[in-house]
Design a protein around this ligand. Structure first.
Ligand code: C2E
Ligand code: CA
Ligand code: CA
Length: 440
């Protein structure tokens, strides 16, 4: 990855190693066994090409219970319940299969609704207890085979396969260091000076160009990849901030130090070990933690308030500040706000976008800015594109603003030009955006 810092390299290697349960396809020649009955568990597989015979020991000979082809799943039970294989899988023709990491499967199962987990285990147990001798209820694999003929399952399977492929791409992108961080300036509305940045991840795909986070963060969250990716974001953001601060400080020694906001997903704060890893990562970079702002969303606070409070308190003990992102879009029970030791509210872009046309949006914004003031929190508005939005937000007392009016998220090399500017905007002058289109 091109803008990565040398000091980040070891972290990347560690992380890439820890997540790279390889999904490289394996080829089996005709007649070779993929796994045997009574083997200890292991991977599940998806057939990319070829044919596989599933058999079970039936006294003197082997009873064939299913023939599987491309796109079909096999060996899925053992990695879920850790029992021995209940059947043998043999390649009929030359067959290419993709292993699905045990960790991945377990992660998915463990993160699913507990009722689903229970159902899965009960079902698997029942399937395992039915032997092929019993004509009416054959083994689970046969059952699956029958059902696979139905259209709906076909689509479910197709989706699962696509998801697996997308996940593999994402893992590969991470280990190939194809992620980069862009920086969007955050401006102090009282004087239009640069106050800080929000680090926003980009995937620089050699095939597809610059890919925005909306196209991959969801998958990263579902698969747990967000944890190592988020850690990389944080580390990179800290190192970059140190660099930006040094440059800014040279040109504008009297100004407050710049801050850096980084998005941290709920998944990264759900257990205290990963909170401690976040803390260790920030410490390691030597950045002043009080200049780091961690952006979280309402979802975390609502889903598990106790864990959220503990996680936030640990982070705050280090000195970092906490912003509530996308404020107003979620469950928005204002009553919970005071329970959390927050520092900043971020007004969601959707309200700013519609504020000039829509009275309700205007009211929401006025309410949020007032709330921030009453709770002694600072307030940042996202998505400012129009000078009239800016003026209104300023009148309402919003402290900071971010949006295309000032600048788009910029790659590191374009940040330097911003750092040397006195102000990022001036009334009655055309908006001073930095090479907007070129950057995204
Ligand atoms: P967000 O945290 O709400 O980030 C603000 C988004 O609004 C960014 O989109 C930014 O490019 C966009 N934006 C800023 N100003 C304007 C404007 O004036 N007009 C318009 N139309 N858009 C504007 P981006 O970079 O595509 O990020 C989308 C979302 O992806 C972020 O929303 C955040 O939720 C997530 N994300 C980005 N980076 C990370 C990351 O490192 N970790 C995690 N967990 N999530 C991230
Ligand atoms: Ca954000
Ligand atoms: Ca936001």
């Amino acid at each position: 990855m091109k803008s990565i810092q040398p000091q980040n390299a070891s972290l990347i290697d560690d992380l890439a190693g820890s997540i790279s349960e390889s999904l490289a396809p394996i080829v089996y020649g005709p007649g070779s066994a993929i796994f045997r009955e009574q083997d200890l568990g292991g991977h599940a597989y998806i057939i990319e090409r070829g044919q596989v015979k599933i058999t079970q020991d039936a006294g003197t000979d082997q009873k064939v219970i299913a023939i599987l082809g491309p796109g079909e799943l096999l060996g899925e039970m053992s990695p879920i319940d850790n029992e021995r294989r209940s059947a043998t899988a043999t390649a009929i023709t030359e067959t290419e299969i993709i292993p699905i990491g045990t960790g991945q499967l377990q992660e998915i199962v463990e993160n699913s609704d507990p009722l689903i987990q229970l159902l899965l285990r009960v079902l698997i147990e029942r399937l395992r207890n039915t032997r092929p001798e019993n004509e009416r209820t054959t083994g689970g694999i046969r059952l699956l085979d029958d059902e696979m003929k139905s259209r709906s399952l076909e689509t479910v399977r197709g989706r699962a396969l696509n998801q697996l492929k997308a996940e593999k791409e994402l893992r590969d992108a991470f280990s190939r260091r194809e992620f980069d961080l862009y920086f969007q300036p955050i401006v102090r509305l009282s004087d239009y000076r640069l106050a800080g940045f929000e680090g926003l991840i980009r995937w620089l795909s050699p095939e597809r160009g610059v890919i925005g986070p909306n196209d991959f963060i969801g998958l990263a969250e579902e698969t747990g990849l967000i944890v190592p990716i988020g850690l990389w974001v944080l580390e990179h953001a800290c190192y970059m901030l140190k660099r930006f601060q040094a440059i800014r400080d040279r040109d504008f020694p009297d100004e407050e130090p710049l801050f850096m906001s980084a998005n941290v997903s709920a998944r990264q704060l759900r257990n205290l070990d990963s909170v401690d890893t976040i803390i260790a990562t920030i410490r390691k970079t030597g950045v002043d933690p009080t200049a780091i702002k961690i952006e979280i969303t309402e979802g975390l606070l609502i889903a598990d308030p106790e864990i959220a409070i503990t996680a936030i308190n640990r982070l705050k003990a280090l000195g970092v500040t906490i912003a509530l992102d996308d404020f107003g879009t979620g469950y928005s029970s204002l009553s919970y706000l005071h329970r959390f030791p927050l520092d900043t509210l971020k007004i969601d872009r959707s309200f700013v976008m519609s504020m000039l046309k829509n009275r309700e949006s205007m009211t929401v914004i006025r309410t949020i800015t007032r709330l921030a003031r009453d709770l002694k929190l600072s307030c940042v508005s996202e998505g400012i594109e129009d000078p009239r939005e800016l003026t209104t937000l300023k009148d309402f007392g919003c402290d900071y603003g971010q949006g295309y009016l000032f600048a788009r998220p910029l790659p590191e090399r374009e940040v330097h030009e911003i750092l040397s500017r006195d102000r990022l905007w001036a009334p009655n002058r055309p908006p001073a955006t930095a090479e907007p289109q070129a950057s995204e």
